[in-house]
Write a protein that binds this ligand. Structure first.
Ligand code: SAM
Length: 408
């Protein structure tokens, strides 16, 4: 997609092409292209409209009903923040009193638009000309062009004295190849610039990969890990006046949102667990119930805080499974009842599952090198019953826990 194609899609003829393409997306791409061309549409417009329609279809999971009016690139969509996360960040900024924000490297504008929806005046900067034009078109389509302006340029040259707050979500993929970048030092804008923002702007938020090494968290920053429906999606560094504490795990839910509400802002705070990230949970024996903490809790190093809430202990100091005598409802972990604890032995496990007529298993693992799919084949399961198998170590020893869901 280039600027000319985007301009063509924004004409009345382009809108009509997009509307027709929307009805064809998701089916056979060759047949869809033939159908569009049969209406007399130029081949290039038909191809651009079909690409957009396909990307919009894929974007529904991230943006809900808004996806239908957005202009997207594949790389931009992959890197974009999901709406539930962007809305929550925007609500927190607004609650902190932020009225003007620069989004330095705005991509397609998911975060910039969320801030504008929250009533913040946003100055968005994007280096890639087509992406910048799409972000502007997205602000326009959302009726937010007055609150969100997009300029094409280098974010490092933006005069941050113009705003109260900055947000930066540096590119973690190599431009051109789309390959993931794991070392923050190779992010764009560069990591030194990104972390240096906090010294220049009193309200700074930086989105980073959830795998961020804790050693790279700037002193004094609050680091937050966010999961949506149990999937870890990002980490954010809240700096300066935005830092409220040291570590936070935020668990958001999208699946509970009724589809009719999909276009409404969801600013729910979700469930939050906080702490300093340094506490260590006590270690004890395997007990009746196993808790598998949400990945945001694990990555935020808040397993000890969760253990404290649940009266639980670790079975191994290096593995984030918790054990307790009671099953307390918690949003922060999945709870399973342990029926059997076996030192790992394929023969013994197979015999036990045969005896119980277990034909279906889910396999969870932490601290085990075993390949779940290979194990499933090796178990040669037969029967109508189901079980959860947890492959782990207890006090250093390879162990399998046979579990069932907690009733109620
Ligand atoms: C991870 S994406 C931002 C995604 C955005 N937060 C969203 O949710 O839609 C990072 C963007 O920063 C842009 N970028 C990288 N270096 C830049 C720079 N020096 N100046 C401006 N933009 C830059 C990239 O082109 C990319 O579109």
């Amino acid at each position: 997609m280039d600027l000319d194609q985007l301009a063509a899609l924004r004409t009345p003829e382009g809108s009509a092409a997009l509307a027709t393409a929307a009805g064809l997306a998701g089916g056979d791409p060759l047949a869809a292209a033939a159908r569009l061309r049969a209406t007399g549409m130029p081949a290039e417009l038909a191809a651009a409209a079909l690409t957009q329609a396909e990307l919009r279809r894929r974007a529904v999971g991230k943006f809900g009903a808004d996806a239908a009016g957005m202009f997207l690139t594949r790389a931009g969509l992959e890197q974009a923040t999901r709406r539930v996360v962007a809305d929550r960040r925007a609500a927190r900024l607004r609650a902190a009193g932020v009225r003007t924000l620069a989004d330095l490297g705005c991509g397609l504008g998911a975060d910039a638009l969320a801030a504008a929806r929250a009533g913040i005046r946003v100055y968005a900067v994007e280096a890639d000309p087509t992406t910048a034009a799409m972000a502007a078109a997205n602000a326009d389509a959302a009726g937010l062009a007055d609150l969100c302006t997009v300029e094409c340029g280098d974010a490092t040259a933006f005069d941050v004295t113009r705003v109260e707050a900055v947000f930066c979500d540096p590119a973690r993929r190599k431009a051109g190849t789309g390959r993931r970048i794991f070392d923050p030092k190779s992010y764009s804008p560069p990591w030194d610039f990104v972390t240096g923002l906090a010294e220049r702007v009193p309200y700074t938020v930086v989105k980073v990969a959830p795998g961020l090494d804790h050693a790279l968290i700037p002193a004094g920053a609050e680091a937050e890990w966010v999961s949506v429906d149990g999937d870890l999606v990002e980490a954010a560094l809240w700096c300066g006046r935005l830092a409220e504490l040291r570590r936070r795990a935020t668990l958001l839910r999208e699946k509970e949102r009724p589809p009719a509400d999909a276009s409404a802002p969801s600013t729910g705070a979700g469930h939050q667990l906080t702490g300093d990230g340094n506490a260590e949970a006590a270690v004890g024996p395997v007990r009746r119930f196993l808790y598998d903490p949400d990945p945001a809790v694990v990555r935020a190093h808040l397993v000890a805080e969760l253990a404290g809430e649940l009266g639980a202990t670790l079975g191994d100091p290096t593995i984030a499974y918790l054990y307790a005598d009671t099953a307390a409802p918690t949003p922060f972990a999945r709870c399973l009842e342990i029926t059997d604890v076996l030192p790992f032995s394929l023969k013994r496990l197979r015999a036990l599952l045969r005896e119980r007529r277990v034909g279906r298993v889910e396999i969870l693992k932490r601290g085990s090198a075993l390949e779940p799919e290979q194990l499933r084949r090796d178990l040669r399961l037969a029967g109508d019953a189901a079980a959860s198998l947890v492959l782990t170590r207890v006090a250093g020893a390879p162990t399998v826990l046979v579990c069932r869901p907690v009733a109620g």
